[in-house]
Design a protein around this ligand. Sequence first.
Ligand code: PXL
Length: 273
Amino acid sequence: MKKVVSIQDVSCVGKCSQTVALPIISSMGIETAILPTSILSTHTAFKEFTFKKLTEELYKIKEHWKREKFQFDLIYIGYTGSEEILDFVLEFISEFKTKSNIIIFDPAMADNGEMYQGISKNIFAKIKEVAKKTDIIRLNRTEATFLLEKPYKEQLNLEEGQKLVKELQKLNKKQVVMTGIEKDNKIGALGYDGNAYYNNFEIKYPKNYHGTGDIFTSTLAGSLVKGKKIEEAIKISTKFTTECVRITYEDKDSEEYGVNFEQAIPYLLKLIL
Ligand code: PXL
């Protein structure tokens, strides 16, 4: 069985990071190990959330895993929210990177033109350092413009997106996948691998939801582990994320803090067949 490790926080309520990655990747028939980097009462869009880093425990877990000689087909790094956790991630990469596994990094640091609460300049600098060591940098358009230290724009068209991913690809010299590009009133994702661009656009619903980035990255990670090529993985991930948004948008009782990805999982399984 293929194995993924998901390295990110546990936000107890909020439908993001581990509580999204684990069910989505597992449902795709992939063993999903988790490294919970911190535990929060909710994600950081709530007021007064609690936040406990698990740094000490992370090093102990890593050492145990080394003794057990565990290897992962894909290492998925998401929200870290702290310099010391990013230091841990750098060490984890140097010890668990193999010739054939894929490291996918979603900086999960900003959205809609704003940094998440608590993301300092030092964290930002270290995120850039981690990005350089990964095979796929997966980000939204706010993170893309911030990482390149460019001014944020409310909308990005395909041409503008292509310029950004081309510059970002210089960071890791491998692949970049950016979401939040618009074309003909649709919204989608754009990938670049140094040679070719890949994109897919789907219906844009008139509401932004929290956690869609984590759904997209989890689906991308799972699709790649299932052997899909990057262009197909981007298509599956945009289609599934859009379906999650559609279900949530049409549900009058939906929560504000995350999308109803659970109800869209049967559709995901059809997409990856
Ligand atoms: O969805 C990304 C994410 C993950 N983890 C935490 C967050 C966020 C986004 O706000 O706050 C704790």
